[in-house]
Ligand binder design. Structure first.
Ligand code: HEC
Length: 441
């Protein structure tokens, strides 16, 4: 039996890391946000693990019929080991060699998976050696239990929806209700689909990750934790906040990115005060002049709402940690040498990273000492502050005058006016002087 321990979460939150990398191309943000890479990720995986950990099972079955790609049973008889390795890494060279793309009729071409050579060898050996278990059932089953973590009881009578997918396309919905033990099951499921579970509890939507039946397995078990909701934020705290201040646009504006780590230490979902459709959970101060605001709690743009100098998240906050990146850009022509970065929660550890440039940006705070550090070949001033109450910090830009940071940008305009002025001066005074010299002769 295959056991899924997916943490059920509101849609979108799983995309945060991806979104971050897309929105903030700067590796410095990624560096700061994920400062502690896990070492275990480098451990070697077996061929079966490589095949099942999402990579190949998303599109292939072994001995269970076609899926997005062909059934890979007996594929070792159709291809040499070397060709299997090429499939697993990048089939383009096979396509070029056979002058055929796709190779199998009725399928799209396979995208490159870019496995390392060692991983591709392991997965090829796994495919060659795989033998079908004899006692495999006709169809698959997904069972599970809905548990209410707040009440510590099984959740009875819960509607559970199973959505089947072919590739990215939603195919069918199946419905079940949990029994007095919170248990539910879906049976007669096709092998050649992936599945997702969705449910609502007290108005909060929970969605599992996509699941597929692994080769040789015919049952998937899922734990579905749900939580009661709370409108008060008494269990919510800000664990750490890192601010990155980064000149942009040729020094005409400054980007501010705030990386928050929040914790909900209770056993309820924080849903905020709700009035009708209007939900406000976490609050964030942003300057009125802020432009290009990005908010990465979710990939859905309507998950946040800006009202004047506040930005509100509208997403429920489950127990556990939550990382949020908030970014905006401030035109220096509007902030006039100084701006405030506000925070709405007590913060135990605040890190401020200011990119060193000719703009001379620094934190304006008595006693704050900066250390100079390099992040990916760029010099930063790093400040560390602790135990701050909700409030704000002041950032000063010593060289933000029109002639300072923006000099190069406005140089042509400035030169133009200098020429015009010179012409006017000549017209008013020079000509008279010359003519008077003439007449005096
Ligand atoms: C996004 C979907 C997708 C993923 C993920 C994927 N494949 Fe494929 N694969 C396909 C498709 C589609 C084909 C058929 C392409 C063609 O015929 O040109 C294919 C073909 C193959 C073939 C040739 C099958 C035959 O009978 O000719 C092999 C071998 C193969 N894939 C191995 C793998 C391995 C190993 C992985 C994981 C490392 C993998 N694939 C991941 C979609 C995928």
């Amino acid at each position: 039996m295959q056991h899924y321990r997916y943490r059920i979460m509101p849609p979108g939150t799983a995309g945060v890391q991806f979104y971050l990398q897309v929105v903030f191309g700067f590796s410095v943000f990624i560096f700061l946000f994920f400062q502690h890479p896990s070492v275990s990720a480098q451990a070697l995986s077996s061929g079966e693990e490589i095949f099942t950990q999402g990579k190949c099972v998303r599109c292939h079955t072994i001995g269970r019929g076609r899926f997005v790609g062909p059934d890979l049973l007996g594929v070792g008889e159709r291809y040499s080991r070397d060709d299997l390795i090429r499939w697993a890494r990048n089939p383009e060279s096979l396509y070029a060699e056979r002058k055929k793309k796709p190779i199998n009729e009725g399928y799209p071409p396979m995208p490159p998976m870019n496995l390392s050579k060692a991983d591709a060898e392991r997965v090829a050996d796994y495919l060659v050696e795989y033998t079908l278990p004899s006692d495999l059932s006709e169809s698959g089953m997904i069972t599970g239990q809905v548990r209410n973590i707040t009440t510590q009881k099984p959740q009875e009578g819960q509607d559970v929806v199973l959505i089947s997918y072919m590739g990215d396309r939603k195919e069918e919905r199946h419905f079940a209700k949990s029994d007095s033990l919170g248990a539910f099951s879906f049976s007669s499921l096709r092998w050649d689909r992936s599945y997702e579970i969705m449910l609502f509890h007290q108005g909060v939507q929970y969605v599992s990750g996509k699941m597929v039946f692994l080769p040789g397995k015919d049952e998937i078990e899922v734990d579905l934790p749900v939580y009661d909701t709370a409108s008060s934020d008494e269990n919510v705290s800000l664990r750490s906040l890192n601010l990155i201040v980064y000149p942009d646009n040729g020094g005409a504006s400054v980007n501010v990115t705030s990386l928050y780590v929040f914790e909900n230490s209770g056993d309820t979902v924080f849903t905020g005060e709700q009035s009708g459709e209007d939900t406000k959970t976490l609050a964030f101060s942003i300057p009125e002049e802020a432009e290009d605001v990005t908010f990465s709690d979710s990939v859905t743009p309507d998950a946040a709402e800006r009202r004047g100098e506040k930005l509100y998240s509208k997403l429920p906050f489950l127990p556990g940690m939550k990382r949020i990146a908030l970014g905006y850009s401030l035109p220096l022509s509007q902030v006039r040498g100084k701006f405030q970065i506000g925070f709405d929660y007590e913060v135990a550890d605040l890190g401020v990273f200011v990119r060193k440039t000719e703009l001379g940006i620094r934190l304006e705070r008595p006693g704050a000492v900066a250390e100079e550090i390099m992040i990916h070949d760029e010099a930063f001033l790093k400040y560390e502050l602790s135990d701050l109450n909700p409030g704000s910090i002041t950032v000063a830009v010593s060289n933000a005058s029109f002639l300072g940071g923006s000099l190069s940008r406005y140089l042509p305009v400035i030169l133009f006016f200098v020429f015009v002025a010179a012409g006017v001066v000549y017209f008013l005074y020079g000509r008279n002087r010359f003519s008077s010299m003439d007449s005096g002769k």
